[in-house]
Design a protein around this ligand. Structure first.
Ligand SMILES: Nc1nc2c(ncn2[C@@H]2O[C@H](COP(=O)(O)OP(=O)(O)OP(=O)(O)O)[C@@H](O)[C@H]2O)c(=O)[nH]1
Ligand SMILES: [Mg+2]
Length: 389
């Protein structure tokens, strides 16, 4: 499963975002370092289900809205100079190892200082909090490489030694691949075989955004002043009210409202017994949703996977006429795949045996055979024909 990590300075609303997205319990409080051990749960991407276009009912979506699971990790707060042991130090960085992509939350209301202590709303400029995480991550990776560096440099004397391979191996536990290392070396314009310390740091600073792409989300948008929002808008980041989303999720659980995560609006359930204060609270959330087009939480989760990781969604089926699997389940799976993936890649994602025995694929919408190297697109419904079952 793809993994999203939520990172940011303390007290910006990471655990609120996490709980709103997963409905898994996590401690939430208005002081820094509430979270120490990372929380893990399952969040969902929201997509229009392929059954709509096919004019059938699949039973795996809600009114044509399909949710695809991804893993979510709520990481402890991170402060500048964490790589030198500040705040909780390096341990939270360890929780970023698993991440394919990072949602960096900032406190868009300017109501907490750079270390997460509460201050008057608007008195801290949240734009100052945007850059430091990538720096901390670069220094963390630099720290790992630096330990191995003398040995790696000596080994470059050996024949057949590939420094890119060695670096990728040293960072394999961080989901950093050979391709990431190769591309970062090229982009940084350094030669890892003979680079200085400063060049190695530069390499790391290029490697971080390549291997752990990051979307920045200004949370607490409900508290942010117009001016603050306009300033932040210029940086091109997303906005959210995680507290608003959490309140809506709880209201759905309680049967008070009808709302699907990512909807721009909600409706109050008929005969729900809301008191005036609750109604007022919900109306305030609706106001924020009107200005953002929703609470922004689902948009951030979707954006991280579809925009940053450039993923598509493909539906494998066994029966191209009924769009179902062997047990008659209609569109049973929605697979996330990297853009550019082929039917053969899909076969491997279903099962390595099916991939090994791949013969050909059929586009279930057109019933036409498609080539092994054909590029798949979002919404494709594909039958794989393989010598193996
Ligand atoms: N107004 C408003 N408050 C929020 C929002 N999101 C979170 N908060 C509040 O911000 C405070 C911190 O929230 P947490 O979710 O605990 O923050 P955190 O980033 O996990 O904090 P640490 O674990 O200490 O790093 C709590 O008082 C939340 O209720 C939001 O969207 N709007
Ligand atoms: Mg927390």
């Amino acid at each position: 499963m793809l993994t999203i990590a939520i990172a940011g300075k303390p007290n910006c609303g990471k655990s609120t975002f996490f709980t709103a997205s997963t409905l898994a319990p996590a401690e939430i409080a208005n002081y820094p370092f509430t979270t120490i051990d990372a929380n893990t749960g399952v969040a969902y991407l929201r997509i229009p289900c392929a059954c709509q276009e096919l004019g059938i009912e699949c039973g795996n979506c809600t009114n044509g809205v399909r949710f695809i699971p991804v893993a979510l990790i709520d990481v402890a707060g991170l402060v500048p100079d964490a790589h030198q042991g500040k705040g909780l130090g390096n341990q939270f960085l360890d929780h970023l190892r698993e991440a394919d992509v990072i949602i960096h939350i900032i406190d868009g209301s300017g109501g907490t200082d750079s270390e997460g202590n509460p201050v008057d709303v608007g008195s801290h400029d949240p734009r100052e909090d945007i850059g430091f995480i990538e720096y901390e991550m670069s220094m963390w990776i630099y720290g790992i490489l630096e330990k191995n560096w003398p040995k790696m440099q000596r080994s470059t004397q050996q024949r057949n030694y590939d420094i890119l391979d060695a670096v990728a191996e040293a960072l394999a536990g961080l989901k950093i691949t050979y391709e990431h290392v190769r591309d970062a070396e090229r982009e940084a314009g350094v030669d890892l075989k003979s680079c200085t310390n400063d060049e190695l740091i530069k390499f790391c600073s290029v490697l971080v955004p390549l291997s752990k792409p990051m979307v920045v989300v200004a949370n607490k948008a409900d508290l942010a002043s117009e001016e603050m929002r306009n300033n932040l808008k210029e940086t091109g980041i997303l906005f959210a009210s995680a507290a608003g989303e959490l309140a809506l999720r709880k209201a759905v659980e309680g049967g008070f409202i009808n709302y699907l995560p990512g909807d721009p609006t909600f409706t109050i359930a008929p005969d729900s017994l809301l008191n005036d204060a609750q109604k007022k609270g919900l109306m305030a959330i609706q106001d924020v949703m009107d200005s953002l087009g929703g609470t922004g939480v689902q948009q951030a989760v979707n954006g991280s996977i579809f925009d940053l990781l450039d993923m598509i969604v493909v539906y494998p089926v066994e029966d191209e006429n009924k769009f179902c699997d062997g047990q008659g389940r209609v569109l049973p799976d929605a697979f996330l795949m990297k853009r550019g993936s082929t039917p053969h890649d899909l076969a491997y994602q279903v099962h390595s045996d099916i991939g090994d025995g791949f013969l050909y694929a059929v586009d279930a919408k057109t019933k036409m055979r498609i080539k092994e190297n054909h590029e798949l697109h979002t919404g494709d419904v594909i039958k794989i024909v393989s010598t193996k079952k």
